[in-house]
Design a protein around this ligand. Structure first.
Ligand SMILES: Nc1ncnc2c1ncn2[C@@H]1O[C@H](COP(=O)(O)OP(=O)(O)OP(=O)(O)O)[C@@H](O)[C@H]1O
Length: 575
């Protein structure tokens, strides 16, 4: 990613570098002019007018070119940071949910905040590096031109300095990588600090344990690693200064011991150049830690295995993908999925192999004990997870084909138990929904006194969990997709809304020829389903015809009539 940005902004980077070199040369020019003027002053040969003109021009160049160069760099740094953030958001949006789930939110947060800043800081120091590197190369060339014997002498010490510095840098880089890993752990703790606020506040023992045994040791470990990593760069900086002074000494002593015929002018010139090089070399060495952090950040971003393309968003810019509303069959063939084994845990849970064919307009209940694989299957079915083997297709169009995936997924609206509630209500075309329609549903879901709407945006989502779920239902309803998946939606509803969900909403969706998959433990409603699929240890069996004796169904007669009516209409349609 870093190389791509350097390449994309190469001309601006080059321009900023050239301008800062001109500005720096103007500064050196001013110093040299003042030096000359002082010299001339003693001899009484000073051309004051010429001196003032050159002084003003150099001053102007120093100020204007320096300012323009800094302006370009500030703009570039802000642009690069913005485009890095933008690109990261697009990459995250284009990455499979499964991969983001595997990574964990804390790692993604750490990248969005820390790594992007590290990369943009690195890019910000690049022009200074180029400028100072050019100065060092210029100084070395000048030394080689003046006396190759003394140059070899200096070069020998500089060479040793560079080799040792490289070893230190490698060590420093490794320590920065370790530091970055610890950062991920710290972000995980920060997330727990906020997400687990209730549990930590209610239980003072947990609060103490969390602070003393979890967060504090991690912060300390980070502190120690940070000292270790930064000390390497301090050693590096001091080592470089030491070698420069050894070079200076070598010039003075080698010229007396080995090159006795050498003039004082050459020796003094060499010493001056080495002293002049101290500044640029210090900048180069000091910027190495910034570069190291940029590289570590870039490596970290690559290791997240985020999508490289922003394909999903390209579509959004054009026309909203339209689902097929008159599909006839959704076929699941030999589908198998296995979670990746976790660290320190050899147990691997798998779902399948599953073969099932679903029809449009079916109301299907997915049942089974906790951890039997219902939600995993639901995530596979709607395309959030990619199957390890097997296939899913709608009317023989395979969802496994990468080109069909977005199209396939847009057939589904889902409410999983860990749903997120957006405050923008979208319609089937992906635009903000009509306020009148939203208000009608708000009233139906008895939320109109809590939530209002303005141009498709809900006034609030700060509601009770059950109310939030009702609002999520409203959002799903207005998306008007052909297939709905509700994962234990009714689990935390009051009896009225639980009944409303099973006996009014589901039959209403069925009447609209929607296919609805309901993950449920509410046995009393199982006989409303067209099909009941039972999960046990990842295997699925159909038990529609083997349901236990009729259980009590709290369905009002009016609603039941309505439901039966819609069922008979469906039968007519299908016949
Ligand atoms: N993110 C995950 N990473 C690894 N394994 C997971 C993950 N989510 C679920 N599992 C494994 O899959 C099993 C089935 O989980 P799943 O959520 O599908 O169960 P479920 O039938 O929906 O249960 P419940 O009724 O409790 O919601 C779990 O027991 C666990 O072993």
């Amino acid at each position: 990613m870093v190389y791509e940005f350097i390449y994309r902004h190469r001309w601006l980077l080059l321009l900023a570098t050239v301008l800062s070199i001109i500005s720096a040369v103007s500064g050196i020019g001013i110093l040299s002019l003042i030096n000359q003027e002082i010299e001339m002053l003693g001899k009484g040969q000073s051309d004051i007018i010429k001196g003032i003109i050159i002084f003003c021009l150099s001053l102007g160049a120093l100020f204007v070119f320096g300012l323009i160069s800094q302006y370009i760099l500030i703009r570039l740094s802000a642009t690069v940071t913005a485009s890095l953030r933008d690109k990261m958001v697009q990459r995250i949006l284009s990455t499979n949910y499964e991969q983001i789930e595997k990574l964990g939110g804390h790692k993604v947060y750490a990248t969005l905040t820390g790594d992007i800043n590290a990369i943009s800081t690195t890019l910000g120091v690049l022009p200074h590096i180029v400028y100072n590197l050019a100065t060092v190369i210029f100084c070395l060339s000048y030394m080689a031109y003046t006396s190759w014997q003394l140059f070899l002498c200096v070069f020998l010490f500089l060479g040793i300095a560079v080799v040792v510095a490289q070893l230190l840098m490698n060590k420093g880089m490794k320590l920065f990588e370790d530091l970055r890993e610890l950062d991920d752990g710290l972000f995980k703790n920060f997330k727990a600090l906020i997400d687990g606020g209730k549990e930590l506040n209610i239980n003072v023992n947990r609060k103490h344990f969390f602070y003393h045994q979890v967060v504090h040791p991690d912060i300390n470990k980070l502190r120690q690693s940070s000292i270790g990593a930064n000390i390497i760069f301090v050693i590096l900086s001091n080592w470089a200064s030491l070698m420069l002074f050894i070079s200076l000494g070598s010039i003075v002593f080698a010229s007396q011991l080995l090159f006795t015929g050498m003039t004082t002018e050459i020796i003094v010139g060499f010493v001056l150049v080495v002293i002049y090089m101290i500044g640029p070399l210090t900048v180069l060495i000091d910027s190495y830690s910034t570069i190291a952090m940029g590289f570590v950040a870039n490596k970290k971003i690559s290791s997240l295995k985020l999508s490289e393309t922003e394909k999903a968003l390209e579509h959004q810019d054009k026309v909203a993908i339209q689902a097929s509303h008159d599909w006839m069959s959704l076929k699941v063939s030999d589908l198998y999925y296995e979670y990746e084994p976790q660290e320190n845990d050899q147990y691997v849970f798998g779902v399948g192999p599953i073969d099932v064919s679903l029809k449009r307009g079916d109301l299907i209940f997915l049942i089974g004990g906790n951890g039997s694989g219902k939600s995993t299957f639901a995530k596979l079915l709607c395309g959030l997870y990619t199957a390890s083997s097997g296939d899913i297709s709608i009317d023989d169009v395979s969802a496994s084909d990468a080109g069909n995936r977005d199209w396939y997924r847009c057939h589904f609206s889902t409410i999983f138990s860990d749903f997120y509630l957006f405050d923008q209500v979208l319609n089937a075309s992906g635009c903000l929904a009509d306020d009148r329609q939203i208000v009608a549903y708000l009233e139906k879901l008895r939320l109109a006194d809590k939530v209002s709407v303005d141009k498709g945006i809900l006034s609030t989502t700060s509601l009770s969990h059950g109310q939030k779920k009702r609002l999520a239902l409203l959002l799903a309803y207005l998306e008007d997709t052909p297939i709905y998946i509700f994962d234990e939606w009714a689990a935390d509803q009051d009896p009225y809304f639980r009944n409303f969900f099973y006996t009014e909403l589901l039959p209403e969706l069925k009447a609209k020829q929607k296919t609805v998959l309901v993950i449920s433990h509410d046995e009393q409603y199982f006989d409303l389903a067209d099909r009941v699929l039972k999960f046990d240890k990842g295997k699925m069996i159909e038990i529609t015809d083997h349901l236990p004796e009729k259980v009590f169904v709290a369905v009002s007669e009016k609603v039941k009539d309505k439901f039966l009516q819609s069922s008979s209409q469906d039968e007519k349609v299908s016949s």
